[in-house]
Design a protein around this ligand. Structure first.
Ligand code: KIV
Length: 263
């Protein structure tokens, strides 16, 4: 079944929503073939495939380059483009134009941005212009310097009330869905039950309408430790390095190429 904004919204209260990042046509094909609902071209591209230590350095053009590849093999998934740092924080017409590029040039279906009520004027313009918006509250990785680390948000009563209020305002502004990252489970549960849009959690516990994960954490693609909220379903890094070691040995011993590999 082809996923659209409408089918995603309709899942709320009926069926859990699955969302996973992808950063090229190979990872997107794996996610789509497995049947995830939403593929996120996440700005975690920066600290997964591009080797940066956080999400800040990735540029809009780099993101678009990867998103074009993702869109080619995403089949029936809804593809959401994560607006990178400094691509949507300026005056609204420049931000609007940048968001539009995700749909026009990369074939994505919606954009995601971090932040709360300060983004509402932009979000309303985008929605009016036919660009669906997914919000992102809780831990905002693009604020890593302001926090002084990747810290769980919403632990105090004041901070939880603030996040909840912001979630309500964003939903009223017309976002179709909201990512909640690294907040206490009880806060995510409250927001999920009070809002009528799908809440997609990452490190936000069991009661959200859906879950999002970073594909390299899920598949164990790197040697770096995964965050606490992630579950490693495979160990691609070990399989990859072990296989490459076998290739090296085969070449060195003259066992590759074999008869079947030659012309
Ligand atoms: O870029 C990303 O991977 C994300 C997820 C953490 C939701 O924004």
């Amino acid at each position: 079944m082809k996923m659209t904004i409408k089918t995603i919204i309709e899942k709320k209260g009926h069926e859990k929503i699955t969302m996973l990042t992808a950063f090229d046509s190979i990872t997107a094909a794996m996610a789509a073939t497995a049947g995830v609902d939403i593929i996120l071209v996440g700005d975690s591209l920066a600290n997964t495939a591009l080797g940066h230590s956080n999400t800040l350095p990735v540029t809009l053009d780099e993101m678009l380059h990867h998103a074009k590849a993702v869109s080619k093999t995403s089949e029936n998934c809804l593809v959401v483009f994560d607006m990178p740092f400094l691509s949507y924080q300026m005056n609204d017409s420049a931000s609007f134009f940048n968001c539009g590029r995700a749909l026009k040039e990369a074939g994505c279906h919606a954009v995601k941005m971090e932040g709360g009520s300060e983004r509402i004027p932009l979000f309303k313009e985008l929605i009016k212009g036919g660009i669906p918006v997914m919000g992102h509250l809780g831990l905002l990785p693009q604020h890593v310097n302001a926090y002084g680390g990747m810290l769980v948000q919403g632990r105090s009563e004041e901070s939880a009330a603030f996040i909840k209020k912001e979630a309500v305002l964003l939903a009223e502004a017309g976002i179709f869905s909201l990512v909640l990252e690294c907040v206490p489970e009880s806060l995510a549960q409250e927001i999920t039950s009070e809002l009528n849009i799908p809440i997609i959690g990452i490190g936000a516990g069991r009661f959200c309408d859906g879950q999002v994960q970073v594909i390299s954490d899920l598949l164990g693609m790197s040697s770096a430790a995964a965050p606490k909220h992630a579950k490693k379903y495979a160990d691609f890094y070990t399989t990859g390095t072990t296989s490459i070691k076998k290739y090296i040995k085969d070449v060195q011993q003259g066992d590759f190429p074999g008869k079947q590999n030659i012309f």
